[in-house]
Design a binder for this molecule. Structure first.
Ligand SMILES: Cc1ncc(COP(=O)(O)O)c(C=O)c1O
Length: 495
């Protein structure tokens, strides 16, 4: 039994005041509170015999300082184990993990071959400094370059996504000799100095003024167009014209890079209109600007492609990657670098480095993960799930529930955008809602969890982002639970 002596108990609402919205976002998306989860199946498939399980909650509350949270306002569920697409807590409640944790467990939990590869490498060599050559690091780099488009042919390894973005920007600045970087509103690029400055969501606000040289623009979002577009194609064209205008007034010769999420993740699963990425590429080419595609979330199967850019046949100058590369079994990320940029640093040093760059244990997990993806045709399966199961099922859900304004996505990367009124598109909760304003989303997430599914929630959206390895039946099971839970959201509809 768990010892919950210091458990502050279930929360009934959200805190008010500065930081509340960020707390709320994290609350809904990640930590999840004890919200009266009374459901659910009681059949975890393995027993956790850790001697620390019983004290996990008390130790967490006493000593673990959590990300993005007001520390006194959270009550994390103690996860005792996970396998495939399911996870369970210390009381035996189980959930379908439709969030893939932080949209990174693309291969599913505890894939036996990936676990074995890590164990094998741990027995061989746990760590070696980045200055040495290493078999697993070299092979991971070779495999990633093989999957990347065009002349992207070298890899700089990092510990995760934010530092991949930091170093991609450093490479672009070093290559061009320019300083400014343009990035989109409604984006997330990580929580380190430059990455959070370039982020286009409220997580940036408390970190401002941040690094110099960041310029924001609007990307395409047909459902809530910043350009008053009346079609997806028009949205793509107008978004490109807007970007071109911002480049003009900023001075193209001052801009080192345009950084964008190939498919925007946390901020809405915004799939670019056909032609948009090619248009951005053309603008970059015209002005000598580097194109950095951030595929930390969108890459490695999430969009039904190895790299999402492959879907549109666009070759960026730099691609950042992390999460799905090894499903977060160990921390790793990196930048795939074009030959042209790499050449800049042939006789001139690159001024960046990390103690764990290309860590052999993490690199071995990337090698094994890519092998498993190929063997089990996981990218193809993710594409099939999007096209044949999730897309059609979500279309049925949209037709049934007045609270569903739009469903959109591809692969295993989907958003259900919730509204109070389909005609006016008034969001179910306001942008960045916290406190009482976020109540409908809290209730919806509570209903989902009670039904045995754990989606990702952000602002007025449920995001359906299960592991790429989820079976068709598990997808249907999870979507049936979401379908039922949406009755809670429907009650808030005014039309
Ligand atoms: C698109 C994107 N870029 C960068 C990051 C930052 O990655 P990390 O949390 O590994 O630093 C994230 C994290 O969610 C992301 O979604």
């Amino acid at each position: 039994m768990s010892n919950r002596g210091s458990n502050p108990g279930p929360h009934t609402g959200f805190p008010a005041g500065p930081g509340a919205a960020v707390w709320r976002m994290n609350e809904i998306a990640c930590h999840a509170v004890v919200f009266l989860v009374q459901n659910v199946r009681m059949n975890p498939t393995t027993v956790n015999t850790s001697p620390y399980l019983a004290t996990a909650f008390a130790n967490d509350r006493a000593h673990v300082f959590h990300s993005w949270s007001a520390q006194g306002q959270i009550s994390p569920v103690v996860i005792a184990g996970a396998k495939g697409s399911r996870m369970w807590d210390d009381k035996g409640n189980t959930w379908l993990d439709f969030s893939s944790q932080l949209v990174n467990v693309n291969i599913g939990h505890q894939h036996p071959k990936l676990v074995a590869a890590i164990q094998e490498q741990a027995g061989r060599l746990c760590t070696i400094a980045p200055g040495f050559a290493n078999d697993m690091r070299g092979e991971a780099a070779r495999l990633i370059c093989e999957l990347a488009p065009g002349d992207l042919d070298m890899v700089f390894f990092t510990n995760g996504g934010a530092d991949a973005v930091e170093n991609a920007v450093r490479l672009a600045r070093g290559h061009t000799g320019r300083h400014k970087v343009m990035s989109a509103y409604r984006s997330y690029h990580g929580a380190t100095g430059t990455a959070i400055t370039l982020t286009g969501d409220p997580r940036r606000w408390a970190n401002e003024p941040g690094a110099a040289g960041s310029v924001k623009f609007w990307g395409p979002y047909p459902y809530r167009s910043a350009f008053h577009s009346s079609s997806v194609a028009e949205e793509g064209e107008r978004a490109l014209q807007h970007l071109s205008d911002v480049i003009m007034v900023e001075g193209p010769h001052t801009i080192a890079a345009i950084l964008l999420e190939t498919v925007v993740g946390t901020n809405g699963i915004l799939v670019p209109p056909d032609g948009y990425l090619a248009g951005v590429r053309a603008l970059c080419d015209r002005h000598g600007i580097m194109l950095i595609c951030d595929e930390v979330m969108a890459g490695f199967g999430r969009c039904g492609e190895w790299f999402a850019v492959n879907k549109w046949n666009v070759t960026p100058d730099l691609i950042t990657w992390a999460k799905g590369s090894n499903s977060g079994y160990l921390p790793i990320g990196g930048v795939v670098i074009s030959r042209r940029i790499a050449e800049t640093f042939r006789d001139r040093p690159f001024h960046g480095g990390l103690t764990y760059s290309g860590h052999p244990l993490a690199a071995a997990s990337v090698v094994a993960s890519i092998g498993i993806f190929k063997e089990e045709k996981i990218v193809e399966h993710a594409r099939h799930l999007g096209t044949d199961v999730i897309g059609p099922e979500l279309a049925k859900i949209a037709a049934k529930h007045p609270s569903v304004g739009e469903v959109r996505g591809l692969g295993v990367f989907w958003a259900i955008e919730l509204v109070r009124n389909r005609a006016t598109r008034e969001p179910l909760v306001p942008f960045n809602a916290g406190g009482a304003a976020a109540k409908p989303m809290v209730e919806l997430m509570t209903a989902c969890k009670a039904g045995g599914v754990w989606p990702f929630a952000h602002f007025n959206r449920l995001q359906v982002t299960p592991p790429c390895t989820t079976s068709d039946d598990e997808i249907r099971e999870g979507l049936a639970a979401i379908d039922k839970a949406l009755e809670v959201a429907d009650q808030y509809c005014t039309a």
